[in-house]
Design a protein around this ligand. Structure first.
Ligand code: DGY
Length: 319
């Protein structure tokens, strides 16, 4: 019988469609990824895998998975999957774009606001009984309205972030591999070279996927080129940032603060150097984490698998 491996415990209602026609094996834990050895063992007879971004799907996996036809990644990013190997082994790879655009843009803008206005610090201040009186510059942060936002990576999520920025009367700069004429016309966004964006932006928001070209692109030189008052926001992938360089830039005052939803090696622990800094707001990779959107991501991944196993084209292939 055709077998589907789901690498995390997902709501039964969302995967029912697969249960009807296929043998589905689901890793029983929601908060613990399937161990590598288990994955390598369980893919051996799998025709399809519904994978999370916590699984590295590489040559070793493809070699073991002789029956594999499709890997549906429950994420828009697919840097956890070796596309060259997938091609070699003729496995279809799909992701979950679009359904998460607005939710991820909401979180990105919330992180920007939280970092600029020092909201997590302020919450702790009240909880710790440090609030003794009103003071003129108590927890005074940076304004967001009428400032310049620079978006690196103007895909659909980047454009959704830009749309939110229009409500704050921000000037919007962007840098992207290709020009986005619609965003220029509809959102008033201006295309600039990367260096210009870095130098002129009050908020630099990284929305670019992790690829060989973007790995470590935010490094010491880039942070030095930013305004000293600049705030750096990252909700794409941690690997695009050199974290040691970011730490130094924040410590030395090359930039003012950073809001980070993603890290190079996740999960980070409380002894991560960036967490020792008062000007860092850190979140546990929750960009698309609303219940509605996560359900839509599961449903899209399920639909992609059903289609491929049925001999049809998937809705959102990446290869
Ligand atoms: C994605 O979809 O790539 C996010 O990072 C996880 O929700």
């Amino acid at each position: 019988m055709t077998k589907i491996l789901i690498t995390r415990n997902l709501p039964e209602s969302a995967v029912d469609k697969l249960n009807e026609s296929y043998e589905v094996e689901m890793w029983p834990h929601e908060d613990t990824p399937i161990p590598r050895e288990e994955l390598l063992d369980k893919v051996k007879d799998a025709d399809a895998v519904l994978a999370m971004l916590t699984e590295t799907i590489d040559e070793e996996v493809f070699q073991k998975a002789k029956n594999l036809k499709v890997v549906a990644n429950m994420a828009v990013g697919f840097d956890n999957i070796d596309l060259e190997s997938a091609k070699k082994h003729e496995v279809v790879i799909t992701n979950t774009p679009d359904v998460l655009n607005e939710t991820t843009a909401d979180l990105t803008f919330a992180l920007l606001l939280a970092t600029a206005r020092r909201i997590p610090e302020a919450v702790e201040y009240v909880k710790q009984d440090d609030w003794k009186t009103w003071s003129p510059f108590l927890l005074a942060g940076s304004d967001v309205h009428h400032k310049t936002l620079g978006i690196v990576g103007m895909g659909n999520i980047g454009q959704a972030v830009a749309k939110r920025a229009t409500g704050f009367n921000m000037s919007i700069l962007y840098h992207n591999r290709s020009r986005k004429k619609n965003a220029e016309q509809e959102l008033g966004a201006t295309y600039v070279e990367f260096d210009e964006l870095i130098q002129q932006s009050d908020f630099v928001v990284c929305m670019t996927p992790l690829t060989d070209e973007t790995k470590n692109m935010f490094n010491a030189d880039v942070f030095k080129n930013m305004k000293e008052s600049a705030i750096f926001i990252n909700s794409s992938r941690g690997g695009v940032v050199n974290e040691e360089d970011l730490f130094k830039a924040l410590e030395d005052g090359d930039i003012k603060a950073a809001g980070l939803d993603v890290f190079k090696n996740e999960p980070i622990k409380s002894d991560h150097p960036l967490l020792s800094l008062g000007n860092v707001v850190a979140l546990p990779h929750i960009g698309s984490a609303s219940v509605d959107t996560r359900m839509k991501m599961v449903e899209l991944a399920v639909e992609n698998i059903a289609r491929v196993l049925n001999g049809e084209d998937p809705i959102t292939p990446v290869n």
